[in-house]
Write a protein that binds this ligand. Structure first.
Ligand code: SF4
Ligand code: SF4
Length: 264
């Protein structure tokens, strides 16, 4: 089980809405490349599974992160979490693991957090555990390969069935290792709205910690799709809350975000 100096659920600003105004996080934009293509992603910008659409973060290297963290670790920022959420797919970039090694050596006191599309999670989990990553967000938009075909243009040479199975394996293995797993789901009208309850049920069954349903930002291949209303989003979250704790305050932080989420 990964080591942190305090309970994640007590201090992580992205696992409990009550903490979004109290505790801070630093995102390190060390991971530029991605291994899949989500239909709603414009690759000129940060990974929109976790980050605000249309924002481009300047990529950093692992030898720049120590100064960066020291500069931003101020009382005002009240940093508890160091996360890697892009600008591409963290687990597809060797720089992520070089950075995690530095973090594990220099910043033991913080929660280490990763956001991923899940494809490589089962393959990289051992390394993540070695570096004491204790919070992992996985974007899981469907459990159905026909729907996956609509959402993803390609999945690194894996079939859509294999892609979903690898996501599931990664999630289950991470939970079994004691990692707090957050499931992110992008609600896409005419595509996966009827499946989100099933994803919530799955998240409950595999003992994920929390679920974050966000609304599609219509862009790239999904530019012509309707963004669901906040009322529809609220309804989906309420249905899902029968199975697993929901987040209501996610503001889709950028890949180089710093500080307390509700204060920047
Ligand atoms: Fe929060 Fe996601 Fe950043 Fe982790 S990677 S600190 S869950 S926004
Ligand atoms: Fe874009 Fe992120 Fe999807 Fe990769 S995983 S295609 S960066 S949204």
């Amino acid at each position: 089980m990964p080591v942190t100096s305090f309970n994640i659920m007590d201090k992580h600003p992205c696992y409990d809405d009550n903490h979004r105004s109290c505790y801070g996080r630093i995102h390190l934009p060390v991971a530029p490349k991605c291994n899949i293509q989500c239909g709603y992603c414009d690759r000129k910008y940060d990974c929109v599974n976790e980050s605000r659409p249309g924002v481009t973060s300047k990529v950093m290297t692992h030898d720049q992160v120590v100064d960066h963290i020291k500069r931003h670790n101020t009382p005002v920022n009240n940093i508890k979490v160091i996360g890697i959420a892009g600008p591409g797919e963290p687990l597809y970039n060797p720089e992520t693991f070089k950075t995690l090694k530095v973090l594990d050596e220099e910043f033991k006191q913080f929660i280490k957090c990763i956001s991923t599309n899940g494809l490589l999670l089962e393959d990289k989990l051992e390394q993540l555990i070695k570096y004491n990553v204790s919070a992992i967000t996985v974007t899981l938009n469907t459990l159905n390969s026909n729907t996956a075909k609509m959402i993803y243009d390609y999945t690194a040479g894996y079939s859509y069935e294999e892609f979903i199975q690898k996501q599931i394996n990664g999630i289950v293995n991470a939970v079994n290792e004691g990692v707090a797993v957050k499931i992110n789901t992008v609600a896409i009208s005419s595509v996966n709205l009827g499946e989100i309850e099933e994803i919530a049920q799955f998240a409950y069954e595999v003992k994920a910690t929390v679920m974050n349903v966000t609304s599609l930002i219509p862009q790239a291949k999904f530019a012509g799709y309707k963004k669901i209303s906040s009322k529809e989003l609220q309804y989906i979250r309420e249905v899902c809350s029968k199975y697993i704790k929901q987040l209501y305050g996610c503001s889709q932080c950028r890949a180089d975000a710093v500080g307390i989420p509700n204060k920047i």
